[in-house]
Design a protein around this ligand. Sequence first.
Ligand code: OAD
Ligand code: ZN
Length: 237
Amino acid sequence: EAAQELKNHVERAKSVVFFGGAGVSTASGIPDFRSPNGLYHQRGYKYPPETMLSHSFYESHMEEFYDFYRHVMCAPNAQPNQAHRKLAELEAEGKLAAVITQNIDGLHQAAGSKNVIELHGSTHRNICRRCGEVYSQEWILATGGIPRCEKCGGVVKPDVVLYEEALDQGNISRAVRAIERCDMLIIGGTSLVVYPAAGLVQYFRGSDLVICNLEPTPQDDMADLVCACDIAKAFEF
Ligand code: OAD
Ligand code: ZN
């Protein structure tokens, strides 16, 4: 069984790093992007979700972007699942050094994880483009239209990496360093098709690579263990 196998591997490891994506939060009720019921297959939006997640759409259709952001990208009621909880527990035990995530939902921190590298940002930080004031997800959800800074009137933009935008270099460096230093890397709930995030695997020099994903990924061949199951189940140990 996957949970037993994963547990055995984790017990043998000295220092674990977890690298995850949207599949980590599906058990918390947040759809992923590329699965059959993922966001990119959902109909009924006036513009394709991929388009709405781009910087050019943000600049050209700001009202529509904020509507999509508030209703789809923010998930104020989502709660951490067993995968988030177990990872937080492993960190508290000193077993896990870092969580690297492509998710913007803040659920790892909600579960208690401390060292979380958010490659694509977070809906829990929204920053005034003029003065840098930071606003919560709650604050943004209580606004309408284009949110304006209370201090200076500037536009408050989500600290989320949109298509056409660069990832924060400091985050990439931290992620690379964490992956270089661990002896076990667990990759879970990510299709591993979006770069540069998917390219981080190349920095791993440890002895145990585990991939836990419902569907096959392009990097399964490199893995010492592949768990093709619900990651929330795999972490039930
Ligand atoms: P994807 O939707 O591309 O991939 C999610 C993967 O998780 C799929 O391969 C699913 O099979 C798997 N999966 C879903 N539920 C699972 C579960 N309960 N247990 C295990 N596996 C599960 O999501 P990401 O790889 O995170 O970027 O996508 C990467 C980036 O593409 C996102 O961060 C986002 C998106 O465009 C930006 O918006 C910048
Ligand atoms: Zn401001």
